[in-house]
Ligand binder design. Sequence first.
Ligand code: NAG
Ligand code: NAG
Ligand code: NAG
Ligand code: NAG
Length: 420
Amino acid sequence: MASSQIIFSILLLFIFSLSSSAKPSSRPKALLLPVTKDQSTLQYTTIINQRTPLVPASVVFDLSGRELWVDCDKGYVSTTYHSPRCNSAVCSRAGSISCGTCFSPPKPGCSNNTCGAFPSNSVTGWSTSGEFALDVVSIQSTNGSNPGRFVKIPNIIFSCGSTSLLKGLAKGTVGMAGMGRHKISLPSQFAAAFSFNRKFAVCLTSGRGVTFFGNGPYVFLPGIQISRLQKTPLLINPGEYFIGVREIKIVEKTVPINQMLLKINKETGFGGTKISSVNPYTVLESSIFKSFTSMFVRQATARNMTRVASVKPFSACFSTQNVGVTRLGYAVPEIQLVLHSNDVVWRIFGGNSMVSVSDDVICLGFVDGGVNARTSVVIGGFQLEDNLIEFDLASNRFGFSSTLLGRQTNCANFNFTSTV
Ligand SMILES: *[C@@H]1O[C@H](CO)[C@@H](O)[C@H](O)[C@H]1NC(C)=O
Ligand SMILES: *[C@@H]1O[C@H](CO)[C@@H](O)[C@H](O)[C@H]1NC(C)=O
Ligand SMILES: *[C@@H]1O[C@H](CO)[C@@H](O)[C@H](O)[C@H]1NC(C)=O
Ligand SMILES: *[C@@H]1O[C@H](CO)[C@@H](O)[C@H](O)[C@H]1NC(C)=O
């Protein structure tokens, strides 16, 4: 009798703790993070509210990153930090293949019987060994046009890096927020926590933009809902987001390119076109860069634009004389990325092609990636700004709006005034 009562209450306790640990504080349909451009490094940063008590951790926003990693060496204080045990479900979800021992006094980032991580700084390309950990994250919900209440996720998996790994990152940041195609990237963990679609949309800008997780709508001031995105398959090249650019055109003229470079080599992972938030400008493999730049220069000079001396890191620079200004930026030859079909075209206008380097000089904002570039085309931040791009990980589709300037708004126009 007594023992069955004990078993019963243990069972109850077990069920109770299971449901309370598995269930986050509420079930929003979508979440958001602000994404701000750092003017000195041109990196995009976001704030992750993590730990107990909560700390707003500024981290670099990385579309290719595998997970959230933060510096645990310095100043990581939290009563809810804990370590997953080797061979646990968390470790296998994280894809960890090692089990660590730490010979220093125990602290965040130094535990025994915890699975090993390999946090990586995608700006410098450096990695260090570290370990996986779990802690609370609090994030704002959204109805698509304003931020709503904060919701807590008790156990976000992240990895602990060291202070030295921060080298090369924007001042004040303590790690990187990985948004890549992985089970423990933030979009995957947010979707799993609240059972919403594995989908997120990014709107970068030169100031503060926004990222939405879950379903739309995506609404920007003055009350403009961004819908009717063009769609193209999101290609698999593990971890990162690739799209199939088949052709690059400048004002309807095809840039001659070795077609092999535009395809992803399935064995080596080389080639193809990736979307990156850590490259400030689009990077083109050398032969593509040369042929692209010379065609652009030819078209620009045919329009009476005057070429002037190069300004690093750019090659083709022009005087602003004779260049008109439109709603879409400087009136320069239009660049077109032709995707899986001839009618799915990413159009790039002056606002996303020309960088102002001084009062009277603008440069084509594309850079040379060298002859041995791993990825032939890396679409970088400046070309993504004021475009809404959507990653649908469940259906492997990439959606893009083309410039929002053409829709009378921009990515800085999200209304960050909370409705709670
Ligand atoms: C881990 O185990 C080793 C060897 O058993 C021990 O020396 C060390 O103090 C432990 N470290 C932690 C962080 O518990
Ligand atoms: C979101 O909430 C605000 C405040 O309640 C409201 O004004 C707005 O219309 C809502 N937006 C959507 C898309 O439902
Ligand atoms: C370029 O300049 C020439 C000579 O001034 C003029 O005849 C021509 O119409 C101009 N072309 C364009 C595209 O503006
Ligand atoms: C932003 O949203 C708040 C809350 O809904 C609203 O009061 C305010 O008018 C909005 N701002 C603008 C510029 O429309």
